[in-house]
Design a protein around this ligand. Structure first.
Ligand code: 6PG
Length: 235
């Protein structure tokens, strides 16, 4: 089965942020209309922050919205590398419920993954949206080559999150992670990717082309996905 992918190209990051924020706002409102609440996973990293700033301005009943980071670095809350801290700063003042995947009580990264999974078992499922970013090395969420790669991609369907020790550690954030599993990502009702720059576009195109045997994690995540995937790209 070939994944159905639609590319949306924009002149610049600001135009992309406006459009993607509009799309996410629509998904949230539709979920609230249909089910009384919305649960979304947002990408970490720097690229999506302008999207979130715009989204937070939307007139949404934020009290009905639960947000989780699609992955996080295992660092204390407030650390500059913490995805939930960046997301929380924007959406907690709006009244949204922002759930951290990383708890400071876990003794090691595997245990951190297990407690994130337990937390997500109590969240309304499936996700209404999973927004992913892509790293220059082709990772998405925190699905990286290393000892946990196979579990992240091919673990049991019920497993929503797990701990990951990337090997090699990514230089921009060289720490262990907690991530949504591929099964959790592809079970979402909507799947979107937002990236900027030629280099990431080339990586993502190659990853999609390579599919299930891709050397890039994102290629493996997207291969044979049953729902359509929207990819938003700005130069
Ligand atoms: C993370 C991410 C990750 C991110 C990419 C791109 O925590 O590392 O969620 O998957 O989307 O690394 O990050 P940038 O947008 O900062 O390049």
């Amino acid at each position: 089965m070939t994944t159905e992918i639609e590319w949306w190209d924009y002149e610049g990051a600001d135009e992309m942020a406006e459009a993607v924020a509009g799309d996410i706002g629509f998904i949230i409102e539709s979920a609230i209309d249909a089910r009384g609440a919305a649960v979304i996973a947002l990408a970490g990293g720097k690229t999506p922050l302008p999207i979130y700033e715009k989204l937070a301005k939307a007139k949404i009943d934020w009290k009905r919205v639960t947000i989780i980071p699609g992955d996080d670095r295992i660092v204390p809350l407030g650390d500059p590398l913490s995805n939930v801290t960046a997301i929380g700063k924007i959406f907690i003042p709006k009244g949204a419920r922002v759930l951290p995947l990383v708890s400071d009580k876990a003794p090691d990264y595997k245990a951190a993954g297990r407690s994130a999974d337990a937390l997500l078992q109590d969240v309304h499922w499936p996700l209404d949206l999973c927004l992913l970013g892509v790293g220059g090395d082709g990772h998405c969420a925190s699905i990286f080559p290393g000892p946990d790669f196979d579990e992240a991609l091919n673990g049991p369907k019920e497993r929503r999150a797990l701990g990951v020790m990337p090997d090699p550690l990514p230089p921009e954030a060289p720490v262990a992670r907690v991530t949504l599993s591929r099964a959790a990502i592809v079970s979402a009702r909507a799947l979107m990717i937002a990236i900027t720059g030629e280099a990431k576009k080339e990586v993502l195109e190659a990853a999609i082309e390579q599919g299930a045997s891709s050397s890039y994690p994102v290629g493996r995540v997207l291969a044979d996905v049953e729902l359509p995937v929207d990819i938003h790209w700005a130069a």
